[in-house]
Design a protein around this ligand. Structure first.
Ligand SMILES: *Cc1c(COP(=O)(O)O)cnc(C)c1O
Length: 463
């Protein structure tokens, strides 16, 4: 997205690069509460504190780079989603955003359900005590071994993603002498992007079964005919980082139409629909996400209205937010290493992590914010690009942002809203050691995923 360029400061000559940076904030020391987790403050010395602990202490104790996760914020967001949707709906946290055993325990305590999409995520969920009936199993290519594991564990639902999988899951369930509760994932022809959506008849993607050409109706026919399956509903997930509810409106309407067709053909009203996840968060001050209660009301209004029009009983709704719960609750703390000013262009600020701990900027051109957090500064803003230490020019963490011009090696900077799809997508590129996730709450900090060590690297490399 293109934004007006209005930078200021001594490092900017008349000719400025075309960019999508906004003007610098009036005061770079102010931490926009939209993009930082809820217990983040600046303490009396001007340093950032989270959960009552100053970043200097966190950096000293846990090192950098590291992710710091605001536990009370995470729990509050879980409760906000559960309360907003109430007892007649189900909230499934999408584990792929970030999953660890501590997270599973918090979800369990706060009354949420959990989506998993691999054997590894399922193992983590079960090991940390999530009741199997509160787990949904997703994925476009679940292995036979994964399906067996899920059926044996008794997961609450498997979301069927293809015609082959309908038969596969039915056979496995039958072999285990159970009727597996399933939903069918349909693609409704809605492609949602951050601020817009595109409605199409066909979908050119690997997930799900198309509504178009009667394919989803045929999948329902087959699922209803197999003894090993109990078809409980239809599932639709339209994209990610979505702000506009219009995409959900089209998707809900098309899903309800399918439920009406199923009733007309088979005489059954499926009891559930799942509208997926994808709700957006604020990565920068330009983003304006909606609150869970607004989303819950909008979705329930749409479904109720469409069901009334189709003379259907309103099904139980489920949703699957991942990013919207965990994304805003963490920031990544880095130490500034080298600084390379390019006169008239921008200043490259290198940090001790990079694309190995945050691949989203390189992968999706994602936007992030950044702040100097070990101190405040009254220096002029300078246009920076925050880059990592990897052997790739595309190793960018924050493409365009402003930091104070007196930034120096050894300063601590933090990138907010890195709770989702950062640690979970982290890699060992250049044999980087994946950073720890440290949960902070009420003056206490606790490692929930430890930092990788060089011994870990050598242990995998069997020589
Ligand atoms: C990725 C995914 C989600 C979660 O998406 P967020 O953008 O993190 O909310 C939910 N459901 C399904 C099926 C997904 O693939």
């Amino acid at each position: 997205m293109s934004r007006s360029a209005h930078p200021a400061g001594p490092r900017h000559a008349d000719v400025l690069p075309e960019g999508h940076y906004s003007a610098p904030a009036a005061d770079l020391n102010v931490l926009d509460e939209k993009v930082w987790s809820r217990t983040v403050t600046r303490d009396a010395d001007g340093a950032l504190a989270v959960g009552g602990i100053a970043v200097a202490r966190l950096a000293e104790e846990f090192g950098t780079p590291a992710y710091f996760l605001d536990e009370s914020d995470f729990r509050a967001r879980c409760r906000a989603w559960a309360d907003a949707f109430g007892p007649d709906a189900d909230v499934f946290y999408a584990g792929k955003a970030f999953l660890s055993r501590a997270i599973v325990r918090w979800l369990k305590e706060e009354g949420l359900n959990l989506d998993v999409c691999s054997g590894g995520e399922l193992t983590t969920a079960l090991d940390a005590g999530m009741p199997a009936e509160r787990i949904a199993f997703h994925g476009n290519n679940k292995t036979v071994a994964e399906i067996e594991r899920a059926v044996e564990a008794g997961v609450g639902r498997i979301v069927l993603d293809s015609f082959q999988e309908i038969v596969r899951v039915a056979h496995i369930a039958q072999r285990h002498g159970v009727r597996q509760r399933v939903q069918i994932r349909v693609t409704v022809g809605v492609e949602a992007h951050t601020h817009e959506f595109i409605a199409t008849a066909h979908e050119d993607q690997k997930f799900g079964i198309a509504l178009a050409d009667g394919q989803a109706a045929e999948a329902v026919r087959r699922a209803l005919s197999l003894d090993g399956l109990e078809l409980i509903g239809v599932h639709s997930h339209i994209g990610s980082q979505i702000f506009d509810m219009a995409g959900f409106e089209v998707s809900a309407r098309r899903v309800v139409q399918l439920l009406a067709e199923i009733r007309d053909e088979h005489g059954v009203e499926l009891p559930e629909i799942d509208l997926g996840g994808g709700l957006g968060i604020a990565y920068t001050s330009d983003d304006d996400p909606r609150e869970p209660h607004e989303i819950a009301k909008a979705l329930s209004d749409i479904v109720t209205r469409e069901c009334e029009a189709a003379k259907l009983r309103t099904p139980r709704i489920s949703v699957e937010p991942g990013r919207a719960i965990v994304g805003p609750t963490a920031f990544t703390l880095y130490e500034v290493g080298t600084i390379k000013p390019l006169e008239g262009l921008r200043t490259y600020v290198s940090v001790d992590g990079g694309m190995s701990d945050n691949i989203r900027t390189a992968l999706y051109d994602a936007e992030y914010s950044v702040a100097l957090v070990s101190r405040t500064s009254d220096a002029e803003p300078m246009l920076v690009r925050v880059v990592g230490k990897h052997c790739e020019s595309g190793d960018i963490v924050v493409k365009d942002a402003f930091l104070p011009a007196d930034l120096a090696p050894g300063d601590l900077i933090a990138v907010p809203a890195t709770g989702a799809y950062c640690r979970s997508m982290a890699s060992n590129y250049n044999h980087a050691l994946r950073p720890p996730v440290v949960a902070v709450r009420d003056g206490e900090a606790r490692v929930i995923v430890r930092r990788e060590t060089e011994e870990d690297l050598l242990r995998l490399d069997v020589g």
